[in-house]
Design a protein around this ligand. Sequence first.
Ligand SMILES: [Zn+2]
Length: 317
Amino acid sequence: MINSYGTGHLAVKCFYSDNYSFPLPEGHPFPMHKYADAAMHLVDTKVIAATDLIDPGLAEEDDILRVHTSEYLSAIKNGSLPPQETRRMGFPWSERLYVRARAAVAGTIAAIEAACEEGNGCNLAGGTHHAFPDRGEGYCVLNDVAIAIRKLQARDKDIRVIIVDLDAHQGNGTNFILKQDPNIYCYSIHVGANYPSRKFEGDQDIELDRWVTGDDYLRRLKETLPIAVERFKPDLAIYLGGVDVHEDDRFGQMKLTTEDMRERDLFTMSLLRRQSLPLATVFGGGYNKDRALTPLLHCQTVGLAAHIHRGQLNIEV
Ligand SMILES: [Zn+2]
């Protein structure tokens, strides 16, 4: 783990709230601990200063309603979601579920604002790319990135945004919501045969075989992302740095090592920042068999974002 921001550091705002977590039944596969663990680790190892950790509050319902239906919102607020829809979402209903989803959306909105103002911003949650306007699935309740983009467009309708989704799974919900928008470019690398079984086409879908190695993954990334960025000419980039690409992940079906992931993050964020693009980073998935490793892998991404922002890494891409 790289660390040490030193004195007079150039801050990278990281958005975090205790509301990012809520209690799950014993044995539930979702690693709800990862948010608090990552936030604590980033401060303890001096990757960020404690003052860079900011509570984003809760997203406004008016902002959420730019993407989600009022019927769906009422159901997750009131606990009236049909049982099959609750199962598809993957979380049991509780009052905290909606609070948690609103907090995570607020974090992504705030990270994008910080990126627009200062070049960089990180949400220590978010990337819930399987959420559709009228339903959630795959541990995703609200689509934070789509909501944040619609809010941004409300004040800057022509802004061009590239979503670089390197979570192991395709962002089917995000593509469904944003695909028709010519100002949004959805770029994704994922395992074609993995969840979700029904995919919605993005602007660039790079489908890899199951158990892809780091070498093959990184080659495809380096062949395609620079061209996508150069052609689309975005004003803002959003990076979903899902850590479920790791070789020991329970669901990702990829074989990247921790070092491969470091190269993935470094290449991607260096490329985007070299274009002087504002860059917002969000977590995405991560379900490592070693539960302690998941938050550390997210910290690796945030640590690299901070170092690139401060110009402390000079990596050729
Ligand atoms: Zn995933």
